[in-house]
Ligand binder design. Structure first.
Ligand code: NAD
Length: 367
């Protein structure tokens, strides 16, 4: 056992390279700057399809191991999201360890930007939980490898309307799978969380003549949804007990756990929230065994990523929307694969994402 000087980190407890081998990560960069207080990790998971793109999360992690786990898990998710969306992008993510409300400064963000610049375009950053468009403007003072900038700076602005459009496409494809017809007219959709994405989703559902039941912890959002779209408001997690054909989780992760799945009466689960399944295998299988169609989250919420990718290649909103519309066909393709392979939809989506990476690796194997 090797003990590093002045620290409790040991070779046997850390086993970093073994972990990276297991998760398939290419590179992890530790960024440290005492003057600005920067402590950040950049994890580049896979760049077969293109440069790794993923936002920078700033969070008060209680341990460095927790930050490392998060950046490894999130960067791998980005690889799958980019691949299945058909983008020429790899997966990466960054985390800054610290309190976004008290420890953020121009110096910290710009120093982080210099670390991003040092990667020479292998990593492209964007905003995420705990960072804002303003922070990305600071990052952009040190590197061009940043997306998610305001429209005034040539960026794509708020990606939420594009994300919501993709979710809407995913719901329609799921309706086609369930009922042979993708019309949502007269169908009831229970939406948990009507923030930036959820509210835009209501607009599409309303236009198509769907009935809506909503829950949120923000009463202003609830009032707006009831007044503008005639949505029925329910309290808290009563959203799980509604008689709705479709459940759209658009707030929190891990809502599809053993307890909540038992309560749901819907035929389709399709929403924007990230990491909806508490366990991809256990709960993906549980949903499937109950005869419900689950639209894999990282597939139907890819509109935001498509939007920032389009910023990287020269932003045109119409192009981003057209590419997001493809989510409809991608979802149907995943359902077909899941049925052929007799596996749950989440695992089928991961298989297809991995297959594209593998196929493209072979394409690139000759000059
Ligand atoms: P948001 O913060 O604007 O909206 C989330 C809403 O959920 C808020 O109105 C909040 O009050 C509500 N909420 C929180 N806890 C709740 C609870 N217990 N019950 C009901 N409502 C609750 O976020 P957003 O940008 O709309 O994103 C929604 C989800 O979609 C998040 O999980 C996000 O990670 C994911 N997502 C968003 C985008 C995007 O483009 N914004 C892209 C991909 C994924």
């Amino acid at each position: 056992m090797t003990q590093t000087q002045g620290s409790a980190v040991t070779e046997t407890s850390f086993e970093l390279f073994g972990r990276l081998e297991n998760t398939g990560h290419e590179q992890v960069v530790f960024c440290q700057d005492k003057a600005s207080g920067l402590k950040a990790l950049i994890a580049i998971h896979n760049t077969v399809l293109g440069p790794g793109l993923g936002g920078t999360r700033m969070w008060k992690y209680s341990t460095e191991a927790e930050a490392l786990n998060d950046v490894l898990r999130l960067s791998r998710g980005m690889t799958y999201k980019a691949s299945i969306a058909g983008l020429n992008l790899g997966g990466a993510k960054a985390v800054i360890i610290g309190d976004a409300n008290h420890q953020k400064s121009e110096a910290l963000m710009r120093k982080f930007g210099r670390f991003v610049e040092n990667l020479n375009g292998k990593y492209i950053t964007a905003e995420d939980v705990g960072t804002t468009t303003r922070d990305m403007e600071y990052v952009n003072m040190e590197t061009d490898h940043v997306v998610g900038l305001p429209e005034a700076m040539g960026g794509g602005g708020d990606p939420s309307p594009v994300t919501a459009y993709g979710v809407y496409m995913g719901i329609k494809a799921s309706a086609k799978q369930a009922w042979g017809n993708d019309s949502l007219s007269g169908k009831t959709v229970a939406v948990q969380g009507i923030g930036k994405v959820g509210m835009h989703l209501l607009e599409h559902l309303h236009k198509e003549g769907a009935k809506m039941i909503v829950s949120d912890i923000n009463t202003d959002n609830l009032k707006h949804a009831a007044a503008t779209f005639g949505a029925t408001v329910v309290n808290g997690d009563e959203i799980f007990d509604q008689n709705a054909e479709i459940f759209a989780p658009c707030a929190l992760g891990a809502v599809l756990n053993s307890k909540n799945i038992e309560r749901l009466k819907c035929q389709i689960i399709a929403g924007a929230a990230n990491n909806q399944l508490e366990d991809e295998t256990v709960h993906g299988d549980m949903v499937r065994s109950k005869g419900m169609i689950y639209a894999p989250d990282f597939v139907i919420n890819a509109g935001g990523l498509i939007n920032v990718y389009s910023e990287y290649t020269g932003y045109v909103r119409e192009l981003a929307m057209a590419q997001t519309e493809n989510i409809y066909h991608t979802i149907l393709n995943i359902y077909k694969r899941a049925s052929e392979r007799n596996i749950n939809n989440q695992l089928a989506a991961i298989e297809l994402a991995e297959k594209r990476i593998h196929d493209m690796m072979l394409v690139k194997s000759t000059y």
